[in-house]
Design a protein around this ligand. Sequence first.
Ligand SMILES: C[S@@+](CC[C@H](N)C(=O)[O-])C[C@H]1O[C@@H](n2cnc3c(N)ncnc32)[C@H](O)[C@@H]1O
Ligand code: SF4
Length: 448
Amino acid sequence: MAPSIAPELVELSRQPVPRYTSYPTAPHFTSDVTADDYAGWLKSAGQEGGAVSLYLHIPFCRTICTYCGCTTKAALRDDPVRAYAAVVHDEIALIANHLGRAPVTHIHWGGGTPNILPPDSFTALVEDLSARFDLQDWFEHAIELDPRHVTQEGARLLARLGINRASLGVQTLDPQVQAVIARIQPLERITAAFEALREAGITAINADLMYGLPRQSLGSIRETVEAVVRLKPERIAVFGYAHVPWMKPHQKLIRDEDLPGAAERLAQARLARELLVDAGYCEVGIDHFALPDDALTLAARAGTLRRNFQGYTTDVAESLIGIGASSISRTPQGYAQNAPDNHGWRRAIEADRLPVVRGRRLQPDDLTRGRVIEDLLCRFSADVPAEVAGSNLELASLPQLAALAERGWLRIGDGQVEIQQHAPEIARIVASAFDAYLGTAGRHSAAV
Ligand SMILES: C[S@@+](CC[C@H](N)C(=O)[O-])C[C@H]1O[C@@H](n2cnc3c(N)ncnc32)[C@H](O)[C@@H]1O
Ligand code: SF4
């Protein structure tokens, strides 16, 4: 165990808590929210006339990495991907019917591996979006890319289609770890992907890294972080491997004995953080780092940083419209999730129905608690309104919080909580103290 980490913190870090990319979290969505409800929500978003953001989910990859926690499946050929894209066009049409020609400030292509889309399919989808919606001149058009499939030609196509931000899944550069996670991608491949994107004019590049992977060590974290820093991505995310084999059966291929323990995970997260801060990156929220002049850093400093299903964002649109199987939408009225399986999603759209199968209507208490939780994860402190804290704002009487404050990791003031700089790892645990539904549905990954 790394000597500077208190054993109590290690113990706490094992605690299973949600990642809070929404509140209430997805396990609390129910069939009470129907396609008709969502149609009404889209209509009022359209009538309000405010900007919306779009998330398009492409749930295919050439091969499946053993650690993957995303909703995706293997497609060795293009046919299923093309067939899926054809249904996405129909879903876009259905949404536009309800929403109208809304102004769009962000588009995010996620997956899976969106760069698996054949060039003509991808071009047609982007053209469809720009024909049906009012894409603002300055809008952010982002995509998640698997670096193993980034080519010069592919990067030029992305640039031509207006993509201006790309996230590359680097995870680890350790060949031993790459072998266990079934994802071989040497540094030369990652460097070539960076170069292809930059040459094409896409200079806003994010790199995703991970800790807690099987056979990962402090040495391999150091080597990976140092090599990635030399490539100078604008943003770097460092995600703790979420081992949830009960939800993702392919993770059973990862042997328990290969997984770093809680103390090792904490030490890996801390080392990555130290190295990134030493290299000049600024911490943004619980797992992101960005260059000092990056918009995410500036948003964090200005207190305008937001957290949504894609993690941290500068996006302030009131509504996020999810498109594609399993995607989740958020409007001021609530969350709506599409059918998670490609068949159910397609059947609904073919029947001319929005493919929503569940969701959550937001109550005033959800909104208040959601704001506290988002504040904690975005700026490590929150003002806790009386209706959440109790009429006399006795936050210290919440047993989970009192214990953290006693250890010096949390400061509790009058209706205010502030996570101390030396213990950022407790953020999800502190957030969970304000989660009225905690423990009533779903199993979660470890806090760190
Ligand atoms: C949809 S994937 C990325 C896109 C692309 N398919 C790739 O792998 O390069 C988004 C990111 O989620 C993270 N991720 C995937 N599975 C995870 C897990 N089980 N725990 C934590 N992070 C995970 C990885 O860092 C990955 O880059
Ligand atoms: S990590 Fe990316 S490439 Fe690997 S299976 Fe998941 S979505 Fe696909």
